[in-house]
Structures are given as C-alpha cells and as structure tokens.
Write a protein that binds this ligand. Sequence first.
Ligand SMILES: [Ca+2]
Length: 218
Amino acid sequence: MVSARPYVTVIAALGLLGAAAGATQATTSHQHSATSTAKSIHQARGVDDGSFEYPTAPANSFTTVATGGAIGPWTVTRGNVDHIGRGFWQAAERNQSVDLNGGTPGTVAQTFPTTLGTTYSITYALAGNSGGGPTVKTGRVLIDGQTIQDFTFDITGKTFTNMGYVGRQVTFVARSASTTLSFASTTANSAHGPVIDDVVVRAACCSCSCDRGSTGKH
Ligand SMILES: [Ca+2]
C-alpha cells in the first residue's frame, strides 16, 4: 500500500516577486489582499487550478475528457486527455494530474487575464505515463496558439509510484489583456502520453523593480 504522503515539488522561482512588495507600483487593479509578504504579489492571477485538483477525478482511476470537455477551468481543445485521480499514480502537487494522451494526443488550454507587455513565467511539472510506450513522450507549450516550448520526457526507470517529475519553465510576453496557455501532446498513436501538473503562471520579476540599485537580495 502506498501511503498518501504528500509529495511536493519545490519550484525555486517562488518568492521572486516578493521583493516587489514594497515597490512603488503596489497598485493593482485586482483586489488581491495585500496581506502577504511571503508570497508573491500578482499583477494578474495567472491560471486557475494549475494542479488539476478540480473536479475530483475517481480515486485510483481517471476520467477521459474529450475535445470540448472541461477539467475545472481548463478546456480540452484537441484530442482527449486523462484526468488522473488520487492514488492512480504519484502527482507532482497534491493528488491529481493530467495525462495529455487519453486514447489519442490531447491538448488542454486555459485563458487568463494578462497585462499587455508584461513578461510572464510559466512553470510546470512534467513526467510521462510509464504504463506504455513510446519511451520518450513529447509535447509542447503554446501561447495563443503559437509554440513557445517543445518538451520531452523519457520514462525509462520511471513507475507510477516514482514518476520522476521534472520542473520546466518558459516565459512569454503578453500581447493583450488575456492570454491562452495550452499544453499539447505530440505523442502519436498512444494512450500513454506526457503528464503535467503544478502549472503556475506569474509575472516575471524584472519587468518591475528588481534593479532598483540595491545590493544584495533584499
Ligand atoms: Ca495536482
């Protein structure tokens, strides 16, 4: 029996924006409470539920979601994907994750508010469905339909209880007040695709106040 011990992926970029907390541009149109000092402030909220925790998928199983279907705030825009429930395999963050291949290569997308001209950082956890080939899973990250990053994941030595998640990161500059982020499998002819979890989008640090001339980190 695998105990339900939480497995947390630490992404080093956390807290980069914290330095901006006292800066002059503390006014955001959003009314995120300004209480947090440890967490980053957001010029926009980024994606919702990048951990794929909603809705709850069946435990020790999964739900296949076809084009036009939704996984919480995400929409399946091509092919189909599997929304993986707690206990089926190790998630990178909390309990659930997504296999970008249901029976065929799929795409999940979410549109979220952005600020024109602002650079955003996308981080996510990547693994692969080791239940079947191919050995190397492939896919890509798209912004407004354009590929900004290709990714691969080799499942050699990986298991459902040792998924071997790796953290990936890519940036983009917002071109309008909303942006659509997509994760697409390019793993053909397989029901065993790349697996993603823990998607986080945040305004990148240095479009704002990082080079205020301070020395050191604070
Ligand atoms: Ca998750």
